[in-house]
Design a protein around this ligand. Structure first.
Ligand code: SAH
Length: 381
């Protein structure tokens, strides 16, 4: 057994009894030995998610307390330091807690329970978490689409303590950001890009920066703080752009040259190409284009198109920060797509750095699917 935490329904010869959704079941080898223990999900193609490969380990409230403690301890360095940080404390499968996400924003914890097993143990997990990490409140954002594959409805709301205010402030390097825990994307912020946002500082001084798929301005604020001459944020969400404006104010950048453009990035970039606009640095951080294998071709075309448009808008010697958060698009495939885009744009470019998700979003070696975010910093000739 390679200790992969997913067992697909097609790999199961028979189910004994009638386990309820989320109930803990033993996984037996053909000859009867217990191989692992996991949670049962009758509606999902992933019929079991493994909690433990140790047949002697009981799955109980105490079990979750131990696993949570291990995950939180591993974030030690990120949790120390001054100011209220935003940090991922529990990264699901990769922290050997399938389906469970815990993020901390200032004094609040935001949790997602994405599988039947996580849902089944919710009360015990929240109880253990509250003991382990003192907080003003624990807020649930189990409104991700993947819940549907498990037969679970979307739920949000307070699980412990106080309701978070509309906006919570976090610190990230020299930057501060306001996070909308209750209505923002995912749990409120794209913490996985923390280390990559910091890297734009090296390319920002005096630069005219296009921050495409900007959300609440993350890369743009980091660029302005590092001395960018101008930042143009493009996003389809007005709420996100409003928050980008407020984030600028929070960082003492109210007077900075920041333009916010609401619209479809594909259309906006195409229009600017026609107008002859050009930038020193461009960030492309689109949403997940490939949700399933059947969407891979279409997603690849989407990545190629947007990268092609960006290459055409870069000044000679300019820098492209380009990302894909689709797990199904491997780094190798993404590199091919970006290479094709440069070729079609008639630009020579080099990769000068390879990027991935931040260190508080680790990948368990036995769970390669955990590496979903990949990116390149490219320099055009
Ligand atoms: N870089 C951001 C995160 C980007 S998430 C950060 O560091 O915080 C992707 C963003 O793309 C979301 O804000 C979403 O609103 C936006 N988006 C999705 N489709 C879009 C489209 N077609 N055109 C422009 N923005 C889009």
């Amino acid at each position: 057994m390679r200790k992969h935490p997913w067992i697909f329904s097609g790999a199961i010869a028979s189910v004994e009894g009638e386990p309820r959704p989320g109930e803990t079941v033993d996984i037996l080898a053909a000859e009867g030995a217990v191989l692992a223990r996991g949670s049962y999900s009758p509606e999902s193609q992933i019929a079991v998610r493994v909690w433990t490969f140790d047949p002697a380990e009981e799955v109980s409230g105490e079990f979750f307390a131990g696993r949570l403690e291990r995950a939180v301890e591993a974030r030690g360095a990120l949790l120390s330091g001054e100011g209220p940080p935003g940090v991922r404390l529990v990264n699901a499968e990769s922290d050997t807690l399938p389906g469970i996400i815990v993020d901390r924003y200032g004094g609040f914890l935001v949790v997602q329970f994405l599988t039947t097993g996580a849902e089944y143990w919710k009360a015990a997990i929240v109880e253990a978490l509250s003991r382990l990490v003192p907080s003003s409140g624990v807020y649930e954002r189990s409104d991700a689409d993947v819940r549907g594959k498990e037969g679970l409805a979307k739920v949000t709301g307070v699980l412990a303590g106080e309701e978070p205010p509309d906006l919570v402030e976090i610190r990230e390097g020299p930057c501060r950001y306001l996070v909308d825990i209750k209505r923002g994307h995912k749990t409120g912020f794209y913490l996985d890009q923390r280390e990559n946002r910091a890297m734009i500082a090296d390319f920002a001084r005096g630069a005219d920066v296009l921050n495409c798929f900007s959300y609440t301005g993350g890369f743009g604020i980091a660029a302005l703080r590092a001395g960018a001459a101008k930042v143009t944020n493009v996003d389809s969400s007005v709420d996100a752009l409003d928050l980008a404006r407020r984030n600028a104010g929070l960082n003492g950048l109210a007077g900075a040259d920041m333009e916010n453009v609401e619209g479809d990035a594909f259309a906006v970039l195409r229009r600017w190409r026609g107008e002859g606009r050009a930038f020193d640095a461009i960030v492309l951080d689109p949403p997940k284009f490939a949700e399933s294998r059947s969407q891979l071709m279409r997603a690849s075309r989407g990545y190629k198109d947007i990268n092609l448009l960006a290459f055409r808008l870069l000044k000679p010697g300019g820098t492209l920060f380009t990302f894909s958060c689709s797990g199904l698009v491997t780094a190798e495939l993404f590199q091919k797509i970006v290479a094709d885009a440069a070729l079609d744009a008639g630009r020579d470019a080099q990769i000068i750095r390879r990027l991935a998700q931040a260190s508080d979003h680790p990948t368990l070696l036995s769970f390669p699917e955990g590496s979903y975010l990949k990116g390149f910093i490219c320099r055009v000739a």
